[in-house]
Design a protein around this ligand. Structure first.
Ligand SMILES: C[S@@+](CC[C@H](N)C(=O)[O-])C[C@H]1O[C@@H](n2cnc3c(N)ncnc32)[C@H](O)[C@@H]1O
Length: 408
């Protein structure tokens, strides 16, 4: 079994060559030799190309978008920067090993072959996440348990005692992915999902995921040079994500990451990455980004989220119904995320609202570009305008459309 493994060293602090590390000829892409890590950014479906563009903009190499994520290579600084800066990815995994896995014995041997004692001490805690597709092993709970057994056995053999499991706040989160009987073992460098930026204090009824809001803004091409208005802003996710982008604020500046608890965590390097980012933050002019809603409670949340994100005073929120909406200025981007029946209110009540969205965009927003994000295509027909582009995106499990309207 060992000989068919591809084992990729993540750069443990006491990086002694391990007996289990495959000969260089067998290491995937030979990247262990260059000090680069094989990474995979998990991305909500529909946003893969956007995440790939973000990685390229960070100067990261070997960026290959695929279904549900983007693979790339990075050194530790690159890994830290990707976690700090990526707006559209949900987590970043660092691959340790790839091997064929047709049985529980294959799984155990493949996991056991990794030098876990260099990554996890008996005093640390761990958790194993698992995803399976089209494989002989079909029970994710069993695969996670078997993986955990192989890891703790390997550490016990080497250190005399074993680490404990902590599923809520582990020091090291391990990811097992089985696809067509090929197993990838990775370390989850993000810890909490990257959409948890740290600025959302409470959830309103139908909040938009932060990563999806960022993907929507990226798809509009908005770059801060013209105003952006969200007439149904709820808790303000779209305005806050837009302001983070326009102020050059990294979305992860308010939170911690899984890699900060790894043995090889390089605090100096991380401080440099954060300092560089902080030095680039700039202010935006008031009036550039505006949000409106008729729900006062949602607006209260929007204000609190804005302050927590460090953007106090940089977004203007107004208590107003869509029916009164009139953007200021002769051009800009309007992004509307109306209720769509599946999660808030009922479809019948919403038809009129969608008609009004179309009417208001047509009559009051000439010169602007309008975008509507909805999970209900039937309701979208009531907008009554011809969309010039349609993008498919996912809000969790809900398939959504982002519709673009050129409002001449
Ligand atoms: C799907 S939620 C928007 C969620 C928001 N993107 C967020 O991240 O929290 C739709 C919002 O539209 C607001 N809304 C519904 N009808 C409205 C109307 N006629 N005028 C203004 N806002 C309205 C609701 O109060 C709700 O906050």
């Amino acid at each position: 079994m060992n000989n068919s493994n591809h084992i990729i060293r993540p750069g443990a602090r006491s990086a002694k060559p391990s007996k289990t590390v495959a000969p260089k000829s067998q290491q995937a892409n030979g990247n262990s030799a260059t000090g680069l890590l094989h990474c995979f950014a998990a991305v909500p479906r529909g946003a893969e190309e956007l995440a790939a563009a973000e990685l390229l903009a960070l100067g990261i190499s070997d960026v290959i978008p695929g279904k549900g994520g983007v693979s790339f290579c990075a050194d530790l600084s690159g890994l830290y920067r990707a976690n700090l800066w990526l707006r559209t990815a949900s987590r970043i995994l660092v691959q340790l090993a790839l091997f064929p896995c047709l049985s529980p014995a294959d799984l155990y041997a493949g996991v056991h072959a990794i030098a876990w004692q260099e990554l996890i001490t008996p005093e640390m805690t761990l958790a194993v996440d698992c995803s399976l597709r089209d494989s002989i092993l079909t029970h994710s709970g069993f695969v996670a348990l078997k993986t955990k057994d192989a890891i703790v056995d390997r550490i016990r053999e080497s250190c005399g005692s074993r680490p404990n499991v902590d599923t809520t706040s582990p020091d090291v989160r391990i990811n097992v992915h089985l696809h067509k009987n090929n197993c990838t073992i990775s370390l989850d460098s993000s810890g909490d999902s990257l959409d948890r930026r740290g600025y959302r204090l409470e959830r309103n009824e139908a909040p938009l995921r932060e990563t999806l809001a960022a993907a929507v803004i990226a798809l509009t091409g908005w770059d801060g040079s013209v105003p952006l208005a969200d007439p149904m802003c709820g808790s303000g996710t779209i305005p806050v994500e837009a302001a983070l982008l326009a102020t050059h604020t990294p979305p992860g500046l308010q939170r911690t990451f899984g890699f900060q608890r790894w043995l090889d965590f390089d605090e100096k390097r991380w401080e440099t990455v954060c300092k560089d980012a902080e030095n680039g933050i700039r202010k935006i002019s008031l009036g550039l980004i505006t949000g409106y809603d008729l729900d006062n409670r949602a607006l209260l949340l929007a204000g609190r989220n804005t302050a927590k994100a460090g953007l106090e005073g940089q977004i203007h929120f107004f208590h107003a119904a869509l029916q009164e909406f009139q953007p200021e200025g002769d051009k800009g981007v309007i992004i509307i995320n109306p209720p769509y029946g599946k999660r808030l209110g009922e479809e019948d009540d919403l038809r009129e609202l969608y008609c009004q969205i179309g009417d208001i965009m047509k009559k009051r927003c000439r010169g602007w570009t309008g975008y509507v994000l909805t999970g209900n295509l039937e309701l979208a027909k009531y907008i009554g305008l011809k969309a010039s582009r349609r993008y498919v995106l996912f809000n969790g499990a809900i398939e959504c459309r982002l519709l673009k309207y050129d409002l001449y």
